[in-house]
Design a protein around this ligand. Structure first.
Ligand code: F6P
Length: 361
């Protein structure tokens, strides 16, 4: 009997369960295949935490956020965090354990639902002899090889609703309101929510800002009778010649740096520079939660079906992706280790500039 394994790796996002459901149902109904769920991403592969999924396990989960399998953004089998008696963390190669688990479940292929970190691991696992098919997820929308990742649309709705809600207080109190959104090194969320919510200033990693440009813009708005301004800032935004704000280092993660806090820094700087009362809101993990939007449910289901079909047809080392209206495949090596960032000369930025949005440049 054919058999596939599925795992979800990296940060969670809305739509993961939609992919699991579609891939598992396609495998069960179209291929009469068995489906094995790996728990907590690659951690379950390293520590042999696996379970058989039946049809009812994957029913009625399409609208649920999170992942029924659990996930981890620390468990890289090739650089697995191990703590010694003194609490010091070193990174060991545990890929042999991952291979042992995979061989023991006798699956034909592994579907890896994850971002660039997980897909880079998938590429290395393929080289070890585990046939992998990737599915691109992340609220950051920063993956190469796909027009859009699933999860982004849901996060965009949350962020845009936040901009809308902050607008009312900005207007009522004649304040500058700052919203900090996630996105790591990519500005897609800030830019999308800024455009969709009618933000006045949008600050993204791809366009370093000058505080003086932001000050002048807000000042000019005030002189023109607009006594409030809305600033949407990406967590990875940085001033020209300056650096990003790091919120914390996660010692046992192979990618340790967590961004965050630029909103609070800007609150002080903008208030001082403009003499307008300023408040900052950090949206944080609210962006990763909740039910997926219809767009993400549809995309997750399309990705899941194709991933299962490819995996069970013996294809590997590929990722499914969205290109225009179609679901395509791309070699994982074209995707791994690369980021798809906002093009400062691209259509989204041009659109925002056309409606007089300030990028602080
Ligand atoms: O990649 C998704 C993401 O939410 C980023 O936008 C953010 O920088 C990071 O994960 C936060 O990670 P954690 O959940 O470990 O704080």
């Amino acid at each position: 009997m054919p058999r596939i394994a599925i795992l979800t790796g990296g940060g969670d996002c809305p739509g993961l369960n939609g992919v699991i459901r579609a891939a598992a149902k396609t495998a069960m109904l179209e291929f009469k295949a068995e489906v094995i769920g790996i728990e907590d991403g690659f951690d379950g592969l390293v520590h042999d935490r696996v379970r058989r999924l039946n049809y009812f396990d994957v029913s009625n989960i399409l609208t649920q956020g999170g992942t029924i399998l659990g996930t981890s953004n620390k468990a890289n089998p090739f650089a697995y965090p191990v703590e010694d008696a003194q609490g010091r963390v070193t990174f060991e190669d545990y890929s042999d354990r991952a291979l042992r688990t995979f061989n023991s479940i006798r699956a034909d292929a592994l579907i890896v639902i994850g971002g660039d970190g997980s897909l880079t691991i998938a590429q290395k696992l393929t080289r070890l002899g585990i046939p992998c098919v990737g599915v691109p997820k992340t609220i950051d929308n920063d993956l190469y090889g796909t027009d859009q990742t699933f999860g982004f649309d849901s996060a965009l709705v949350t962020a845009t609703e936040a901009v809308d809600k902050l607008h009312t207080t900005a207007q009522a109190h004649h304040r500058v309101m700052i919203l900090e959104v996630m996105g790591r090194n990519a500005g897609w969320l800030a830019l999308g929510a800024g455009i969709a919510g009618g933000g006045d200033v949008i600050l993204i990693p791809e366009i370093p800002y000058k505080l003086e440009s932001v000050r002048r813009y807000i000042h000019d708005r005030k002189r023109a009778g607009k006594r409030f301004s809305l600033v949407v800032v990406a967590e990875g935004a940085r001033p020209e010649g300056g650096d990003v704000v790091v919120q914390r280092m996660v010692a046992d993660a192979s990618e340790a740096r967590r961004l965050g806090g630029v909103g609070n820094k800007l609150r002080n700087e903008i208030e001082e520079a403009t003499q307008i009362e300023t408040r900052a809101t950090i949206l944080g993990h609210l962006q990763r939660g909740g039910t997926p939007t219809p767009f993400d449910r549809l995309l997750a289901t399309r990705f899941g079906m194709d991933a299962a079909r490819h995996a069970l047809a013996g294809r590997s080392n590929i990722m499914v992706g969205l290109r225009g209206p179609d679901i395509v495949t791309v070699p994982i090596e074209e995707v791994s280790g690369r980021q798809r960032l906002v093009d400062p000369k691209g259509h989204w930025v041009a659109t925002a500039r056309a409606v007089n949005t300030c990028f602080g440049d």
